[in-house]
Every structure is written in C-alpha cells, then in structure tokens.
Design a protein around this ligand. Structure first.
Ligand SMILES: *Cc1c(COP(=O)(O)O)cnc(C)c1O
Length: 382
C-alpha cells in the first residue's frame, strides 16, 4: 500500500494534505519520496526554525535522548530549568510553565487569567478572526464562528473584539474582565499586523482595569518577526506570553511565560503536564534559543526586507503584510493556486485565508531565497 492510501485509510481525516510525501531534508531544502527537491518557505508552519535536520540542533537533541529522554515532573531536570532561566532572562518574565503545544500554552494562560480574576471577574477578551488552538477552551477563545460549529457547548466567559479598534475594546472592558489575549500578528487569520498604538492602548486598558495583558506568540515568537518575541517590537510588557511552534526547532513544546503581576497565581497542584518541559524537547529549545542572537535577528530583518521589496514589485501582487519572516502575500490569483504552482516548481509555501503565507527558516541561505522568489514571481505573474 502506498503512503497516500495508507494515510487515507488509517489516519483521522482532519487534514487536506498536499500531494508530496516528505522524507528528508537539509536546512531549507526538503525532499519527497520521489527525490524531488523543494525550497521550504513554510517550515512546517514556523516550526523548523533553523530548517530541517540542522546539525547543531540534531546533536543537542540526540545527546539528550541518549542520556535521559523523560522524567516526570516530580523530579528536577537540568534542561527544563536552564530553558526557563534563558526565557526569563531574555524577556523579563518571572516564571515559565511548560506544555507540549500552542493550545496548551494558551490553556495555561486562560487558567492563570481565570484564577487571577476569581469568580467575580470571569471574562476574557480575545479578538475576532484570532486563532488560539483546537482544544475546547482555546477554540472558545478563537474568534472565528466557523471553527465553533459542531463543538459546543463551550465554556462561558469569552468576549470578542474587532482588531485595531480601541473604542470597541474599551466598550467591553469593565469590572468583569480578568484578561485580554491577542496575537500581535494574526497568523491563521491572514497575517494581519496589529497597530502599535492599538496594542499600547490595550495594554493601558488592562492596567486601568487590573486585567492581565496576555500575548499569544505561538507563531510570532522565537525570532520569527525579527525580534525574539514580537511584543518587544511594540514597547509593551505583557503579563503572560505564550509560545510554542518554533521554540524547540521541530519538537513538540509549549510555554507560558508569566510576568511579575501573575507570577504567584499558579500554585502547587493548580496545573501540570506529563510531557511538559520534557528534557529532549527542552535541550532542542536551548540549542535554538542560544542561536537567536542580534546577528541572527538582523539576518531575519534583512531577508524580510528582501522578500517584501521583491514581491511588492511583482505584477499580480496586491499587498505584502506581516513582520520579519512571517509574511502574507495577497495575489490577484487565488492563494491556493499560487501555492500549488510553486509546489510543482519546487517551492513549498502555505496559505492563510486569502493570502500566500511565507514562514521560511530564520537562516535560509540568500541564494535559496533568491531562487524561491524567482519561482514565486513566475507563478504569480503567469
Ligand atoms: C498554531 C497556533 C496555535 C495552536 O498551536 P498548536 O501547537 O497547534 O496547539 C495557537 N495560537 C497561534 C497564534 C498559533 O499560530
């Protein structure tokens, strides 16, 4: 049985997959089962931060796997503690809770806000068109009606505000609100960047109402936008930052970084995860985080400028949105058609709503980026 029919027969039918069966890769090159070469501009949705099988990352992961692959959270392990220290030192946050995914990182944020607010202040405000995960609570937090169909009833206490509309946020803000959770660049929602004034206004409203200002950096985090975390570009200091996708360079991890205001909210027994902070995932994350330095971030911004400049000049491109190497390209052709054409010509890209979404490796070599842009241009103009 070939892989495609085996998958169709036995894997739950929740994904519309593209045709390639991916087998291996090296950096920003990926190969399918026929040996076809692709330049990867998707990195498994911003996960493979330094590309496929990066040797430094692979060595760190293999070394930890050969030493201690797991210990339950009743014991101390060095990689988890060291990763937490690095995350706190580079963000000014105080504590880290580890889970295994973006949804779990956001679940933790929601639990923190609920306990912080208490019974009198149960409400959490999120944005319309947001995406916060697929569990029941994070789906409730997700401001997209289409994703709610078939899965109710949902937990109460979620309010939705339109993005970049401060009066609308202000109108929802009252003594019933324990926290606000926003993506600074809506990823799944179509690579929409929040305005700096709006974000600072939301932070100020949270302070005024003693509500937690929480930022979902599951997709924007870990160097993706040209800063370690996107909030650092906005001049704000969130009370909770959630992150996941790119943090461990391709291994499952999620983290809620908790600031001073909420540092002591979660106590012994309040939350937990069997795999959370797993030594192998934490070792992978340390090897990624250590390499996201100023030079790397300057390289992200340089590559971003090059992509934006190149694609903005292409006939058939309506707009290029996003920050750093998280970019959305609105084309006259349907995005799905552009992605399909690119795949046939050896470039992997993604879609987000009506846009072609580009999330290349943070260190994609410039010559591969140039080759990929030529192909993208050809497909968009054809
Ligand atoms: C992907 C994503 C999530 C969900 O992460 P999972 O690891 O799939 O649970 C949550 N929030 C944002 C902003 C995301 O991009």
């Amino acid at each position: 049985m070939d892989i495609r029919s085996m998958d169709a027969a036995f894997v739950a039918n929740t994904y519309d997959r593209y045709r390639p069966v991916l087998v291996s890769g090296s950096g920003s090159l990926v190969y399918d089962e026929d040996g076809k070469r692709y330049i990867d501009l998707g990195t498994g949705i911003a996960v493979n931060s330094f590309g496929v099988a990066d040797p430094v990352w692979a060595a760190a992961v293999a070394a930890q796997a050969g030493k201690l692959q797991h210990a339950c959270n009743k014991y101390f392990t060095a990689p988890q503690a060291m990763l937490a220290q690095k995350l706190c030192e580079r963000t000014g946050m105080k504590k880290v809770f580890f889970g295994n995914s973006g949804a779990e990182a956001n679940e933790c944020a929601l639990k923190i806000a609920r306990k912080y607010g208490g019974a009198a202040r149960p409400n959490i405000i999120t944005l319309k068109n947001s995406f916060h995960g697929r569990t029941i609570a994070t789906l409730a937090a997700t401001g997209q009606d289409a994703m709610h169909r078939d899965f109710g009833p949902f937990p109460d206490g979620f309010l939705y505000a339109p993005a970049n509309d401060l009066p609308a946020m202000q109108a929802l803000m009252d003594g019933s609100v324990a926290g606000v959770l926003v993506e600074l660049v809506q990823g799944e929602g179509g690579v929409n960047v929040l305005d700096a004034d709006y974000v600072r206004g939301v932070e100020a409203l949270c302070r005024e109402h003693d509500a937690l200002f929480m930022v979902d950096e599951v997709q924007t985090g870990n160097g993706r936008t040209g800063a370690l975390y996107a909030y650092q570009l906005y001049g704000v200091q969130p009370d909770v930052v959630t992150t996941a996708k790119g943090l461990a360079g391709g291994l499952p991890i999620g983290a809620a970084l908790i600031g001073a205001r909420a540092e002591h909210v979660l106590l012994s027994g309040d939350h937990g995860s069997t795999f959370g902070g797993n030594p192998v995932c934490a070792a992978g994350a340390i090897s990624i985080l250590d390499r996201i330095d100023d030079a790397l971030l300057a390289g992200v911004r340089e590559r971003s400028d090059y992509i934006v400049r190149t694609l903005s000049a292409v006939r058939g491109v309506r707009s290029v949105t996003g920050l750093g190497l998280m970019l959305g390209v609105e084309t006259e052709k349907p995005a799905a058609e552009v992605v399909q054409g690119c795949m046939e010509r050896g470039v992997l890209a993604l879609t987000a709503k009506n846009k072609v979404r580009l999330l290349p490796a943070l260190n994609i070599p410039l010559e591969l980026l140039r080759e990929a842009m030529e192909i993208l241009k050809g497909v968009i103009e054809a």
